[in-house]
Every structure is written in C-alpha cells, then in structure tokens.
Design a protein around this ligand. Structure first.
Ligand code: DLL
Length: 433
C-alpha cells in the first residue's frame, strides 16, 4: 500500500523543485541559527544566497562524526531549547554519543516517514505490531512505535530483553507484525522452534533494520517463520528508522527524498559518484528543524538507483549496504566486510548466521579465525561430518573473501546472541596499537 502517493510517486521534476526550495530554506536556517555551520560556510566563502537550487548542494561543506563530537551535545541545534521536545542518541564507536534533537514537527515528520515504510511492508491499521527494538535513547523503539501509531496500527511495546514474554504476547495478542533487528528476529525464530509454537503464531510481516543483513538471511527468516521480511534503514543523526525501506519488489530501499537528500561520494576524492557506483552515502536533512545536518557523511557504503520502481514509487533506491567504512577490516591487505562472510555462511546447510570474526596479528602476520555456530542437527552428527562442514566453510570463505581463514565450529548457542545490534568482529590487533 502507498501511504502518501502525492509524495512517494511524485515526478522527478516536481521532486527536484521541492528539494531545491527546502534546501534553500534549510541553508538559510542553519546559517543564521547555528554558529558552527555559519563559520564552516564562511571558511568556504559561501553565503546562503549562493545556494539557489539542489544542484548547488556540492558547494556546501560536509558534516562528519568529528563535527558532532566538537559540538556535543546541542551545538548544532537550530532552534531555542524551548522548541525542542526530544533527544535521542546512539553510542558512537569511540567517544561521545551521536545526538539528535527534535521539535514537535520533527517528530511528526519522522512518524509519517516510518508510517510510509510500514505501509510499504503491507502493514495497515488492522495490524497488531510488536516493537522489539530497544526503547530509550536508541531511536528504534520509539521511532517504530510512533510510526506504527501514526499509521493507526496497534502497538505492543515489547522492547528487548525478554524473548519468552515476547513470544507469549505474540501468541496471546495474535500479533501480525514485528519490528526488530534481523539478528534478534533470528533469535526469536529459534525460540519459537524450540518451544514448538510455530502453529500458534499469526505473524505475517517483519520490518528489520538497524544493522546490515543479507538476502540469504531474509530467505531464511521468511521460510522459517512463514512471513515476509522488509528492510528498514535510518540513523539517529538524521532522525532514526524510516529514512528508507524496501518495497515488495526488494530492489533496494526507497529513500524519502522529499525529507532526506541522498548523495554517494567517493570517500577519497569526496566527489559525487554516478548512479550505480558504490561509495559513501551522504544525507542532507531537507525539513528538520531541531538539528538539520548538511551533507552528513554516514560512513555507510552503498549505491543509488534512480528510475521508477515497479511498485509505482519514484523515490531513489539505496542498494543493499556493503557495510560501513569503519566496519571494513583489512586483513593481509585484503578488504573484508562481515556481510560477505554472512552471505557465504548462509549458503551452507548446517550453519547459522551466528558468527564471529576474530582477527589477530601473530609474528607480524594477520590471522583470521571465523567462529561459526552450527545448527543443532549437525552438532549431533559424527566428527567426520563436522570436519567436512568445516572444510566446506573454509572453501566457501576463500571464494568469498579471498583469504584462508581458520574455521572453528561452535556448539548451538555457544556464541553470544544479541537482541539489539549484533557484533561480528573482535579485532585484537587494535589492542596493541
Ligand atoms: O540504527 C536506527 C534504526 C533503528 C534503523 C531501527 C532501522 C531500524 P543508529 O543506532 O544511529 O540508528 O545506527 C545507524 O546503523 O548508519 C547503519 O550503519 C546501520 N543501519 C541502520 N539500518 C540499517 C539497515 C539506527 N537496514 C547505523 N541496513 C547506520 C544496514 C543499517 N545498516
């Protein structure tokens, strides 16, 4: 279902006109209200009048995590505190959290953006949706909650941390949809199988995001739970979940370009890349009042596809994320993303998507150990079966990442399972730096 047809399906010409108007307004707002941005623009010899339409965006300065740290917590706010009604934060990998602040209108726009995503996943006001993202500073819980209410669906605000209760409520309330991280949904699926209650659940749809996942993982979840699973993207700095989501054709995530202007840049030259070329995604807030960011470098690696989708939407599509620039491991000179390992593992029968890459440096040489949790049915097999599986994983990984990794099979539930964002890397080399 299309929630807001006049926006989601508008012609590219109309969209460009709207984006131009909104960019000019945002640039004026930050220039006059945010000293940090005014200085950044002045350093480039820029005045608001130099930005006349959306094509002038390349003249504007980038915003980075470093800028957020310098201005932490409210230095990029463009309105007086009396107009702000909410703050969210995401733990940065190092140092200060990444903050987002919101006016009442920002919350309304964000809720509508999430409602568009939920509608795209086929969720309606007749649905009962369990929100299994964490509630609190993290944007996942409250973001999905407000979006689902905006749509008119009934929300069960589960949060994370108690899977048994979540499954009990899922059965008792006949929940038809769930919003949570893909790794948590997997954990939920395993417990549903463990308690043997698959025939008691009414789930049809899952809306998963907050971390990278693969088509192989989608296939697995859809089959195990007999549902349709959709990918939702967002980040605290821009607003939270609901920046983009994929439709039933799964050909990329439609980004709501009337609010969030996307660019792909080459992170080395900092120049814009053409359609279809992978690079770092940069997003500009076109309508945010509380803390509008100009050309925010997300560190997420992907490409953009324009052109009308079969679903009728005209909004650009973000292709599956390759990872983050700060996720990329360089092992013996080879670039490795955890998502490549995940995709390879999921093609092998008997493995699970619970895995950990342990990177170390021994005698000045990088080593990689891939720990993989195996499925219950395999674990009860004989040793020879496990040896064969280990060798199969070794070969598949070599094909996928071009490295000889040491494979260590781990018994079911032997690795940590996450109910929020999952972690897949232990890089011991960093400990010595
Ligand atoms: O993760 C917001 C969110 C909540 C999105 C719930 C979707 C669902 P942060 O904690 O600020 O915000 O983390 C943002 O998570 O830059 C990506 O690297 C990653 N990420 C978010 N969604 C996806 C996704 C929330 N669908 C960071 N696929 C982003 C891949 C994702 N990565």
């Amino acid at each position: 279902m299309i929630w807001n047809e006049s926006k989601e399906c508008m012609s590219r010409d109309q969209l460009e006109e709207l984006q131009s108007k909104r960019l000019v307004k945002t640039v004026n707002r930050v220039y006059h209200n945010v000293e940090y941005y005014r200085k950044k623009m002045q350093e480039l010899g820029l005045e608001p009048g130099d930005i006349k339409d959306i094509h002038d965006i390349e003249k504007l300065p980038f915003t980075t995590y470093e800028d957020l740290k310098i201005t932490y917590p409210f230095g990029l706010s463009a309105v007086p505190t009396s107009e702000l009604i909410r703050v969210h934060a995401s733990s940065g990998t190092t140092g200060k959290p990444k903050i987002g602040v919101y006016t009442r209108r920002d919350i309304e726009i964000w809720s509508e953006a999430v409602a568009r995503c939920l509608a795209m996943a086929g969720i309606t006001r007749d649905d009962i949706i369990q929100v299994g993202y964490g509630y609190g500073l993290f944007t996942g819980g409250l973001g999905a909650h407000y979006g689902a209410e905006y749509l008119g669906a009934m929300v069960i605000p589960m949060s994370t941390g108690n899977t048994k209760k979540l499954i009990d409520m899922m059965i008792d309330c006949k929940a038809t949809a769930i919003a949570c991280t893909p790794s948590y949904l997997l954990h939920v699926a395993e417990d549903i199988e463990k308690y043997d209650v698959l025939d008691k659940i009414h789930l049809r749809t899952a809306i998963c995001g907050a971390e990278p996942w693969t088509d192989e993982m989608r296939d697995q979840m859809e089959k195990r739970l007999n549902i349709k699973a959709y990918d939702i993207y967002g980040l605290t700095e821009i607003c939270g979940p609901g920046v983009a989501c994929d439709c039933e054709y799964h050909k990329g995530l439609h980004i709501w370009e009337d609010h969030f202007y996307p660019e792909i840049i080459n992170p080395t030259t900092m120049k814009q890349e053409a359609e279809g070329v992978t690079g770092e995604m940069v997003i500009t807030n076109l309508t945010k009042e509380g803390m509008p960011l100009l050309r925010y470098r997300t560190r997420d690696l992907t490409s953009l596809q324009y052109g009308k989708c079969e679903c009728g939407r005209t909004m650009a599509r973000i292709q599956r994320f390759k990872g983050r620039t700060d996720d990329m491991l360089i092992i013996r000179g080879v670039n490795v993303f955890p998502s490549q390992v995940e995709a390879a593992l999921l093609t092998i029968d008997g493995t699970t998507p619970h895995y950990m890459l342990v990177v170390d440096r021994v005698d000045n040489k990088d080593t990689l150990e891939v720990q993989v949790e195996v499925a219950e049915k395999v674990f009860t097999d004989e040793v020879s079966g496990l040896e064969k599986l280990s060798e199969e994983i070794h070969q598949k990984l070599k094909g996928a990442i071009g490295l000889n990794a040491k494979v260590r099979l781990v018994e079911p539930n032997g690795l940590e399972h996450f109910d929020g964002k999952s972690k897949h890397v232990i890089d011991k080399r960093k400990l010595y730096e």
